[in-house]
Design a protein around this ligand. Sequence first.
Ligand code: FAD
Length: 472
Amino acid sequence: MNTQLPRRRFLAYSLASAGLLTTTTARPASTTELLVPNITGLYSIKVAAISAPRNAQEAAEQVRKWPGRIAVGGGRYSMGGQIAIRAGLHLDMRSMNRLVWLKEKEKRARVQAGMCWRDLQDIIDPHGLAVMTMQSYSNFSIGGSVAVNVHGRYVGNGPLCNSVLALQVVLADGSIVEASASENTDLFRAAFGSYGAIGVVTEVELRLTDNIRMERIVQSVPLDQYPEFFSTRVAADKSNIMHNADLLPPAFDAPISVTWRTTDKPLTENARLIPRGLSYTAEKNMIWAATELPFGQSLQNRIRPMMLEKPAVTWRNHEASLDVASLEPRTRLFSTYVLQEYFIPPRHFLSFARTMAKVLQKHDVEALNISIRHAPADTTSILPWAKEEVFSFVLYYKQRTYAGARDKVAVWTRELIDLAIAHEGRYYLPYQLHATRQQFQAAYPEAAQLSALKNRFDPGKRFLNEMWNKYL
Ligand SMILES: Cc1cc2nc3c(=O)[nH]c(=O)nc-3n(C[C@H](O)[C@H](O)[C@H](O)COP(=O)(O)OP(=O)(O)OC[C@H]3O[C@@H](n4cnc5c(N)ncnc54)[C@H](O)[C@@H]3O)c2cc1C
């Protein structure tokens, strides 16, 4: 879905509507231009104004001048109103997409927070460098990724906060401050996973790593042996770089482990990065067939493992530059593809996996797959999704767009959230806001600490979005 407006027009309208720009070319933005959408096409939010700062000073000025609520948006891939607040100002960070500096020998880079991973990969790849931790796809903004404290498939890395060295943040009073593990520590810890509640992240300093060749190893693993397999065969071997295991419908009981490990073997794919703008016709057809044709699911279950069996040796940056477009449906008019994620301690892995499958079957959920990943405990962020070591269960499914379908999804989503909580686990916050307040509080008891820090950094509660409006 293209959520980009022509940049110059967007900036002029938005600054004007925020009262921050007076120019004769500016005119009031139309209603559609003031709707802030997200990737799902659901839950667009009508805001009073949109502005697109180009640097920290402009962001600070807009925060100082705007009298009401402010919500921040990056790539707009969160799914339930995390990026906007009704009748407030939407700060669109996508114009803040420049490199601040790159220190090649020290393997460090500082970027503006609206830059997406793919843009950074273009810059660092010629230097033989790669991002340490990011999502599986490269379209997300780096600031949005900080605010969600995202994770990928990297073995042992855990959330993004473990590879961020410093942040620049615009606070509610318009001040621009630096935060790191040794400076403004509370602010640094609160920024990760606080979904724009504390301030606007304007710059991010990242630790980088070497771009290396990786070979894909695919294995079938019995479900009840997977945690043991992961700790002895995946985590224990330092040459393993990325790992996930796929559970396929309808039984979700036979993990296919996919591990990318360091290798010197010749490349099977010479491109250093996945080119932008590919059409992904085959991928789109396969997803459509899997969810719409009578035998589509069993076809997918046969084709997918076969595709994975092909030998693959690629650059790390190539595998890390996947494009969300490869998952996009042809249209989101009648149905939309959505994600959920649950974080479960290893001791409850099997019970959760089996019961989750039953819930999905009971409600006829149109699940495409569940991807299992792992993360060690997060000891940095105030609101961690990995309070202890966890396996994560990423559910990718199709949802019809009419209101009745949303209500049905809400029912089984709440059932899965209860299931995660009963297994001493948590659910992920960037997705639809189906959790009740009680479920949020049970899953994230540290929210009280985040509230206390918010009172300190943002006493007027100016930074608010639809998610925090519901839960905090
Ligand atoms: C296809 C798909 C695959 C995904 N895969 C993964 C995955 O592998 N791992 C994972 O962890 N997540 C994954 N996600 C979830 C995704 O990581 C989050 O939605 C993330 O927020 C995306 O970044 P964004 O730039 O789109 O953020 P947005 O959706 O724009 O914003 C997310 C939150 O961050 C806040 N925010 C954004 N920018 C700033 C800023 N500069 N300062 C302060 N707050 C800010 C917003 O207010 C909002 O609350 C996936 C989502 C999709 C759609």
